[in-house]
Design a protein around this ligand. Structure first.
Ligand SMILES: Nc1ncnc2c1ncn2[C@@H]1O[C@H](COP(=O)(O)OP(=O)(O)OP(=O)(O)O)[C@@H](O)[C@H]1O
Ligand SMILES: [Mg+2]
Length: 185
Protein backbone atom coordinates (compact mmCIF):
# COMPACT_ATOMS: atom_id res chain seq x y z
CA UNK A 1 0.00 0.00 0.00
CA UNK A 2 1.06 3.57 -0.63
CA UNK A 3 2.74 5.19 2.38
CA UNK A 4 2.71 8.96 2.72
CA UNK A 5 4.32 11.05 5.45
CA UNK A 6 3.09 14.64 5.50
CA UNK A 7 4.92 17.38 7.45
CA UNK A 8 6.00 14.98 10.17
CA UNK A 9 7.58 16.50 13.25
CA UNK A 10 8.88 15.00 16.48
CA UNK A 11 10.89 16.52 19.34
CA UNK A 12 11.89 14.08 22.07
CA UNK A 13 10.97 15.51 25.48
CA UNK A 14 13.92 17.41 26.91
CA UNK A 15 15.82 17.45 23.62
CA UNK A 16 16.47 20.91 22.19
CA UNK A 17 15.92 20.77 18.44
CA UNK A 18 13.27 18.55 16.87
CA UNK A 19 14.74 15.21 15.72
CA UNK A 20 12.28 15.06 12.83
CA UNK A 21 10.96 18.27 11.33
CA UNK A 22 8.71 18.81 8.32
CA UNK A 23 9.40 15.40 6.84
CA UNK A 24 7.50 14.54 3.65
CA UNK A 25 7.93 11.13 2.04
CA UNK A 26 5.97 8.97 -0.39
CA UNK A 27 6.62 5.24 -0.89
CA UNK A 28 4.47 3.76 -3.63
CA UNK A 29 2.69 0.42 -3.30
CA UNK A 30 5.00 -2.49 -4.04
CA UNK A 31 8.15 -0.38 -3.81
CA UNK A 32 11.20 -0.73 -1.60
CA UNK A 33 12.36 2.54 -0.04
CA UNK A 34 15.58 3.02 1.91
CA UNK A 35 16.15 5.67 4.55
CA UNK A 36 19.81 6.66 4.48
CA UNK A 37 21.55 8.99 6.92
CA UNK A 38 24.31 9.22 9.48
CA UNK A 39 24.01 7.65 12.91
CA UNK A 40 21.61 9.68 15.03
CA UNK A 41 19.91 11.38 12.07
CA UNK A 42 16.50 9.93 12.91
CA UNK A 43 15.97 6.80 10.74
CA UNK A 44 14.78 4.59 13.61
CA UNK A 45 12.65 7.45 14.95
CA UNK A 46 10.81 7.76 11.61
CA UNK A 47 10.10 4.02 11.56
CA UNK A 48 8.87 4.06 15.17
CA UNK A 49 6.50 6.90 14.24
CA UNK A 50 5.12 4.87 11.31
CA UNK A 51 4.79 1.71 13.40
CA UNK A 52 3.02 3.63 16.19
CA UNK A 53 5.63 3.29 18.92
CA UNK A 54 5.93 7.10 18.99
CA UNK A 55 3.36 9.83 18.28
CA UNK A 56 4.33 12.82 16.12
CA UNK A 57 3.96 16.40 17.40
CA UNK A 58 2.61 17.42 13.99
CA UNK A 59 1.88 15.98 10.57
CA UNK A 60 0.10 12.92 9.26
CA UNK A 61 1.02 9.31 8.40
CA UNK A 62 -1.20 7.76 5.72
CA UNK A 63 -1.21 4.15 4.55
CA UNK A 64 -3.51 3.47 1.62
CA UNK A 65 -6.51 5.72 2.07
CA UNK A 66 -6.43 6.05 5.86
CA UNK A 67 -4.51 7.99 8.48
CA UNK A 68 -2.66 5.84 11.00
CA UNK A 69 -2.68 8.53 13.68
CA UNK A 70 -4.64 7.48 16.72
CA UNK A 71 -4.38 3.77 15.88
CA UNK A 72 -2.37 1.57 18.28
CA UNK A 73 0.54 -0.37 16.72
CA UNK A 74 -1.40 -3.65 16.49
CA UNK A 75 -4.17 -2.02 14.45
CA UNK A 76 -1.87 -0.46 11.82
CA UNK A 77 -1.05 -3.59 9.79
CA UNK A 78 2.56 -2.41 9.91
CA UNK A 79 5.36 -4.70 11.08
CA UNK A 80 8.74 -3.45 12.26
CA UNK A 81 11.84 -5.61 12.60
CA UNK A 82 14.51 -4.13 14.85
CA UNK A 83 18.26 -4.65 14.65
CA UNK A 84 17.99 -6.51 17.96
CA UNK A 85 15.72 -9.52 17.24
CA UNK A 86 13.88 -9.15 20.61
CA UNK A 87 12.63 -12.76 20.62
CA UNK A 88 10.72 -14.01 23.68
CA UNK A 89 13.29 -16.18 25.51
CA UNK A 90 10.69 -18.48 27.13
CA UNK A 91 9.04 -19.39 23.81
CA UNK A 92 10.34 -21.77 21.15
CA UNK A 93 11.21 -20.52 17.68
CA UNK A 94 7.81 -21.73 16.43
CA UNK A 95 6.12 -20.08 19.43
CA UNK A 96 7.84 -16.79 18.64
CA UNK A 97 6.94 -16.85 14.95
CA UNK A 98 3.33 -17.80 15.69
CA UNK A 99 2.89 -15.31 18.53
CA UNK A 100 1.02 -12.64 16.56
CA UNK A 101 -1.20 -15.21 14.87
CA UNK A 102 -2.22 -16.57 18.28
CA UNK A 103 -3.10 -13.03 19.40
CA UNK A 104 -5.35 -12.83 16.35
CA UNK A 105 -7.11 -15.98 17.53
CA UNK A 106 -6.40 -18.11 14.46
CA UNK A 107 -6.98 -21.88 14.79
CA UNK A 108 -3.91 -23.84 15.98
CA UNK A 109 -3.72 -25.96 12.81
CA UNK A 110 -3.65 -22.85 10.60
CA UNK A 111 -0.99 -21.24 12.85
CA UNK A 112 1.18 -24.37 12.70
CA UNK A 113 0.93 -24.49 8.89
CA UNK A 114 1.72 -20.78 8.43
CA UNK A 115 4.64 -20.97 10.87
CA UNK A 116 6.11 -24.03 9.17
CA UNK A 117 5.89 -22.41 5.73
CA UNK A 118 7.47 -19.22 7.01
CA UNK A 119 10.31 -21.05 8.77
CA UNK A 120 11.09 -22.81 5.50
CA UNK A 121 11.03 -19.49 3.66
CA UNK A 122 13.72 -18.02 5.94
CA UNK A 123 15.70 -21.27 5.96
CA UNK A 124 14.93 -22.26 9.55
CA UNK A 125 12.92 -25.40 8.76
CA UNK A 126 13.27 -28.10 11.40
CA UNK A 127 14.41 -25.71 14.15
CA UNK A 128 10.95 -24.79 15.43
CA UNK A 129 11.38 -26.50 18.82
CA UNK A 130 14.55 -24.60 19.71
CA UNK A 131 14.64 -21.68 22.16
CA UNK A 132 16.18 -18.38 21.00
CA UNK A 133 19.41 -18.96 22.97
CA UNK A 134 19.95 -22.16 20.92
CA UNK A 135 20.03 -20.15 17.68
CA UNK A 136 22.87 -18.15 16.17
CA UNK A 137 22.61 -14.37 15.93
CA UNK A 138 21.76 -14.48 12.23
CA UNK A 139 19.20 -17.22 12.79
CA UNK A 140 17.57 -15.08 15.49
CA UNK A 141 17.36 -12.16 13.06
CA UNK A 142 15.73 -14.37 10.44
CA UNK A 143 13.30 -15.55 13.14
CA UNK A 144 12.38 -11.91 13.84
CA UNK A 145 11.83 -11.37 10.10
CA UNK A 146 9.65 -14.50 9.94
CA UNK A 147 7.61 -13.31 12.93
CA UNK A 148 6.86 -10.07 11.07
CA UNK A 149 6.22 -11.58 7.62
CA UNK A 150 3.86 -14.28 8.88
CA UNK A 151 1.38 -11.51 9.80
CA UNK A 152 1.22 -10.42 6.12
CA UNK A 153 1.53 -6.73 7.00
CA UNK A 154 0.62 -3.99 4.52
CA UNK A 155 3.98 -2.39 5.28
CA UNK A 156 7.21 -3.92 6.54
CA UNK A 157 9.78 -1.70 8.25
CA UNK A 158 13.27 -3.13 8.48
CA UNK A 159 15.67 -1.33 10.82
CA UNK A 160 18.97 -2.81 9.68
CA UNK A 161 17.83 -6.36 10.51
CA UNK A 162 20.30 -8.13 8.22
CA UNK A 163 23.44 -6.94 10.01
CA UNK A 164 24.01 -10.44 11.43
CA UNK A 165 22.91 -12.33 8.31
CA UNK A 166 25.84 -13.41 6.19
CA UNK A 167 26.05 -12.19 2.58
CA UNK A 168 25.31 -15.62 1.09
CA UNK A 169 22.09 -16.00 3.07
CA UNK A 170 21.12 -12.42 2.27
CA UNK A 171 21.43 -13.15 -1.45
CA UNK A 172 19.49 -16.42 -1.33
CA UNK A 173 16.28 -16.33 -3.40
CA UNK A 174 14.10 -17.10 -0.37
CA UNK A 175 15.43 -14.20 1.66
CA UNK A 176 15.55 -11.83 -1.30
CA UNK A 177 11.87 -12.53 -1.91
CA UNK A 178 11.20 -12.24 1.80
CA UNK A 179 12.70 -8.78 2.02
CA UNK A 180 12.03 -7.31 -1.39
CA UNK A 181 8.28 -7.49 -1.66
CA UNK A 182 7.33 -4.85 0.82
CA UNK A 183 6.99 -1.18 0.66
CA UNK A 184 9.33 0.71 2.94
CA UNK A 185 12.44 0.14 4.96
N1 LIG B 1 13.94 8.08 23.56
C1 LIG B 1 14.75 9.09 23.18
N2 LIG B 1 14.82 10.22 23.91
C2 LIG B 1 15.60 11.26 23.54
N3 LIG B 1 16.35 11.27 22.43
C3 LIG B 1 16.33 10.16 21.66
C4 LIG B 1 15.53 9.01 21.99
N4 LIG B 1 15.71 8.07 21.03
C5 LIG B 1 16.57 8.59 20.14
N5 LIG B 1 16.96 9.85 20.51
C6 LIG B 1 17.85 10.75 19.79
O1 LIG B 1 17.21 11.06 18.53
C7 LIG B 1 18.19 11.11 17.50
C8 LIG B 1 17.79 10.15 16.38
O2 LIG B 1 17.88 8.83 16.86
P1 LIG B 1 17.58 7.57 15.91
O3 LIG B 1 17.67 6.37 16.77
O4 LIG B 1 16.30 7.82 15.21
O5 LIG B 1 18.78 7.69 14.88
P2 LIG B 1 19.22 6.69 13.68
O6 LIG B 1 19.28 7.52 12.43
O7 LIG B 1 18.35 5.50 13.68
O8 LIG B 1 20.71 6.31 14.12
P3 LIG B 1 21.55 4.92 13.93
O9 LIG B 1 22.02 4.91 12.51
O10 LIG B 1 22.68 5.09 14.90
O11 LIG B 1 20.64 3.77 14.29
C9 LIG B 1 19.55 10.78 18.13
O12 LIG B 1 20.21 12.00 18.39
C10 LIG B 1 19.16 10.10 19.43
O13 LIG B 1 20.11 10.32 20.43
MG1 LIG C 1 18.71 3.47 14.06
Amino acid sequence: MRLELQGLRLAYPGAGLATISDLDLVAEKGSLTALLGPSGSGKTTVMKLIAGHLSPDAGDIRLGDRSLLGLPPEKRRVAMVFQDPLLFPHLTLAGNVGFGLRLRGLPPARIAADVEAMLARVQLAGLGDRRPHQLSGGQQQRAALARALVLRPDLLLLDEPSVGVDPLSRRSPALTRASATRCAA
